[in-house]
Design a protein around this ligand. Structure first.
Ligand code: HEM
Length: 140
């Protein structure tokens, strides 16, 4: 990847994964001090903002990631590098899917959102593995 695209990829990863960690580890547990109505109001405002930050990060991660594949991975033969990159991309898309399902403003997804903490924890765990694989890929 060129330095600029690499920077875009890293900043988007920090914003995307950092946002998920913030909501799960800091925001949700702190909401307990609020009354139900205030809690719902705050969550509505926060999720509205989180949605745009998260979706922007997803678009930029995919665009810069595809550029990275073209620039760095394309010529590599099928082997461990491509296998781990494939695992990484599948896991990244699981994280994106969870993020989208949690933030899309659609009523039908209410049941999914009722278990928000669990899905965020799964997304954060998968994102951590994605970062681990990315660090490993640098060694090739
Ligand atoms: C949760 C989503 C993602 C996270 C947290 C993430 C994170 C990272 C990180 C930290 C790096 C290392 C960058 C560096 O060393 O400068 C990286 C590299 C890379 N990422 Fe991602 N990424 C994500 C999604 C994607 C997607 C969707 C693609 C492809 C469409 C992709 C393709 C790549 C490529 C090709 C590299 C370069 C690997 C190498 O060093 O050979 N990433 N990513």
């Amino acid at each position: 990847m060129t330095s600029l695209v690499q920077w875009v990829h890293l900043v988007s990863a920090v914003v995307g994964v950092g946002g998920i960690a913030f909501v799960l580890v800091i925001l949700l547990p702190s909401l307990q001090v609020l009354a139900d109505e205030q809690r719902n109001q705050l969550m509505k405002v926060v999720m509205g903002r989180f949605r745009w930050a998260n979706w922007s990060a997803i678009v930029l991660l995919i665009a810069s990631g595809l550029y990275g594949i073209r620039a760095r991975a394309w010529e590599a033969p099928w082997g461990p590098y491509w296998k781990w990159l494939t695992v990484k991309i599948v896991l990244a898309f699981c994280v994106f899917t969870i993020s989208l399902l949690l933030t899309l403003p659609i009523q039908v997804l209410g049941r999914f959102r009722a278990r928000r903490e669990m899905w965020l924890a799964i997304a954060l765990g998968a994102a951590t593995v994605v970062i681990l694989i990315s660090a490993y890929l640098r060694g090739f």
